[in-house]
Design a binder for this molecule. Structure first.
Ligand code: COA
Ligand code: AMP
Length: 630
């Protein structure tokens, strides 16, 4: 990293010396209804809580505050749909008014403080409006990504027990319209919990059949409602629950609070991204993921920026110039996406011929996250754009970057493969499996010294013990990130991959455990393992190995087809599960544990050291013959 006039060292040291003073100062950027009793109360929750006793409203701070401060006519949200070929702009006043009206509509349907609302929507502005409307009422939203199938949606409905579900008639994927109501109806049927009502946004491409007595038309209820005022909530009250993959089939309900979240995000915008009020920020992700929650909706609005919300892909909608078209058309200053999007663009347009067609002179930096960025992609992006390419590392749990380059502090990255330095708020260390600190340059478990900063999840929904077990039990005094990596002599952190059974497919976090549960439910399958194999475009793709029950005579190709269809039906297309192979046996330790890491190394063509605990080394050759027949 280049160190020219960087204010990073003093800022980080300032936080280290007095974390409470650092965060109290950051909190001044917001409007509070009541000041906190303590900046940090270590006696509360799993590891303490931030801004206990303070009161505010996140929606007010994201919208009304800016309207009052003279930004009423500035664009808050620009919706650009490559799928519909349409752009819609919302000023801060318009977004505030629509949010207030939709909050009124939710209130009519009985939604109030503390109630849950599931939002299962594609990338339409009404998804952001629904989120902000829940925040306005002090209700807790839980957004579910559109690529999940009914059974996954059902798990989330059952855990969050929403009063109301907000959805749309359809999502749009290249070449196909995806009707949402059949998926949602299927989910509600499976779920033991039933919502009182659903609100359906009718899109022009598909009019959904509404269930009488249960479903309401989004436009009609919004038009009929009177605007709702923001409800003052405790800083420690939940703003949202976002389900993410754990190591089992049961997703984890990550809870985000109101106060710490708003403070951390508003602080991150100038410091990390170098963005100020009025600047245009585009995060090319989906509101169904944490990146979309934080950097399409909440952070840009809390900071008074203009956020671009894009419905489309980096390629094919219509071509590999789509990102440059959006940057040029809306004057984007900072673009944030996953490396896989750039790999897709590079694959189709290696010489970046499309880029020459657009004036993207307003663009100042590219931020990447969601998966490890391979150095060739970072270097290519830097070469074609001639701009800083900032890889930064974070997770659904943290809600904002753990490590980054800091444009606002004059610290730019110059090391492809590294995720940058720890953000003030995070003390990142590397330890071995016994909890011993490792020296710089050594790879081990990446951990964060407790307490976690504002914005990081304080707990799991109705499962404080689960939070403790997942993140705090393994290494006393630390938060376990589940990532492996190292810190070099300069203090730059490199994240190499997960230490558990989570994989990252096209920037989407998926559980191999969840896929194994589906494979194991097939009547022909005796046992199975799913691993994340290297993929040039998506980073990783899931590959399933199954052992069939004795006496099964079905052709292997037929079983594979059924397994692929089953994962798509139960988890959804987002799993990108397209490869199931039949093997005679799986490599295991003598105690019966499947050696998944060894299988992955074989799939990736790495040199495999035969594990000393393996029960029969000959199996490795058999697996190699199936995974790499050439
Ligand atoms: N609703 C319904 N289906 C969806 C969906 C949604 N919201 N999102 C994805 N899918 C489907 C896709 O259509 C695809 O279906 P298919 O198997 O029939 O082709 C499947 O889920 C897998 O999607 P994906 O892994 O995204 O692959 P893709 O081939 O459609 O696109 C990329 C590949 C790289 C272009 C795409 O993943 C991308 O743009 N990624 C950007 C990264 C990103 O947004 N990351 C989020 C975290 S920052
Ligand atoms: P998610 O919770 O979906 O945001 O996924 C979080 C996981 O994605 C992390 O635990 C990492 O494994 C991976 N990840 C996110 N950002 C990066 C990055 N910049 N470099 C390497 N891995 C990353």
């Amino acid at each position: 990293m280049s160190q020219i006039t960087s204010r990073y060292p003093e800022t980080y040291a300032g936080w280290q010396q007095d974390p409470e003073a650092y965060w109290a100062k950051a909190a001044e950027a917001l409007q509070w209804d009541r000041k906190w009793d303590r900046v940090f109360d270590p006696a509360l929750g799993n590891f303490g809580q931030w801004f206990a006793g303070g009161r505010l409203n996140t929606s007010f701070n994201a919208l009304d505050r800016h309207v009052a401060a003279g930004r009423a006519d500035q664009a808050a949200l620009i919706w650009d749909s490559a799928m519909e070929g349409r752009v819609e702009r919302f000023t801060y006043r318009e977004l505030r008014d629509r949010t207030a009206k939709f909050a009124g509509a939710l209130r009519v349907l009985g939604v109030g403080y503390g109630d849950r609302v599931v939002i299962y929507m594609p990338m339409v502005p009404e998804a952001a409006i629904a989120m902000l409307a829940c925040a306005r009422l002090g209700a807790i939203h839980s957004v579910v990504f559109g690529g999940f199938a009914s059974a996954e949606v059902a798990k989330r409905i059952e855990d969050a027990t929403p009063k109301v579900i907000v959805t749309a008639s359809c999502g749009l994927e290249p070449g196909r319209v995806i009707p949402y109501l059949p998926l949602l109806n299927g989910a509600i049927e499976i779920s033991a919990h039933k919502p009182d009502a659903c609100i359906v946004l009718q899109r022009r491409m598909l009019q959904a059949d509404l269930v009488p007595g249960r479903d309401h038309d989004f436009a009609i209820v919004e038009a009929a409602a009177s605007p709702a005022d923001p409800v003052s909530v405790l800083a420690t009250d939940p703003l949202y629950i976002l389900y993410t993959s754990g190591t089992t089939g049961k997703p984890k309900g990550i809870v985000r609070d109101n106060g710490g979240h708003a403070v951390a995000l508003v602080n991150s915008m100038p410091m990390i991204y170098g963005l100020n009020p009025g600047d245009v920020f585009w995060t090319a992700s989906d509101v169904g993921w944490v990146v979309g929650h934080s950097y399409i909706v909440y952070a840009p609005l809390l900071a008074g920026c203009t956020s671009v919300m894009y419905e489309g892909k980096p390629v094919g909608t219509p071509d590999a110039g789509a990102f440059w078209r959006v940057c040029a058309q809306h004057g984007v200053k900072v673009l944030f996406t996953a490396p896989t999007a750039f790999r897709a663009i590079r694959q189709q347009d290696p010489t970046a011929a499309e880029l020459a067609k657009y004036d993207i002179s307003k663009l100042e930096a590219l931020y990447l996250a969601g998966e490890r960025c391979d150095p060739p992609t970072a270097i290519w992006a830097n070469e074609i754009l001639g701009l800083p390419v900032v890889d930064h590392w974070w997770q659904t749990e943290t809600g904002w970057p753990i490590t980054a380059g800091f444009r606002g502090l004059g610290l730019f990255p110059a090391k492809p493969g590294s995720g940058g330095r720890p953000a003030p708020g995070y003390a990142v260390e590397v330890i071995d499996d016994e909890g011993q600190l490792l020296p710089s340059g050594h790879t081990g478990n990446l951990v964060i010294r407790m307490p976690m900063p504002p914005g990081a999840a304080p707990t799991l929904w109705h499962n404080a013990d689960g939070y403790h077990t997942a993140y705090m039990a393994d290494f006393a005094g630390y938060y376990r990130t589940g990532d492996a990596g190292m810190i070099d002599a300069d203090g730059d952190v490199s994240v190499m991959g997960r230490t558990d059974d989570i994989i990252n497919v096209a920037g989407h976090r998926l559980s191999t455990g969840a896929m194994e549960e589906v494979l194991a439910s097939h009547p022909a399958v005796a046992e199975c393992a799913v691993i994340g194999a290297y993929d040039q475009l998506k980073g990783q793709i899931p590959v399933g190995l199954v052992v069939l029950k004795a006496g099964i005579t079905t052709a292997h190709a037929e079983v594979s087809r059924e397994l692929v269809a089953l994962v798509r039906e139960r988890i959804g297309p987002v799993a990108a599960f397209k490869d199931a192979r039949v093997v005679l046996r799986l490599p295991k330790t003598r105690s019966g544990k499947i050696l998944r890491a060894t299988i992955r190394r074989i799939a990736d063509g790495e040199t495999v050291v035969v594990p000393p605990t393996i029960d029969d080394p000959a199996i490795l050759d058999e697996i190699g013959a199936v995974l790499r027949p050439d």
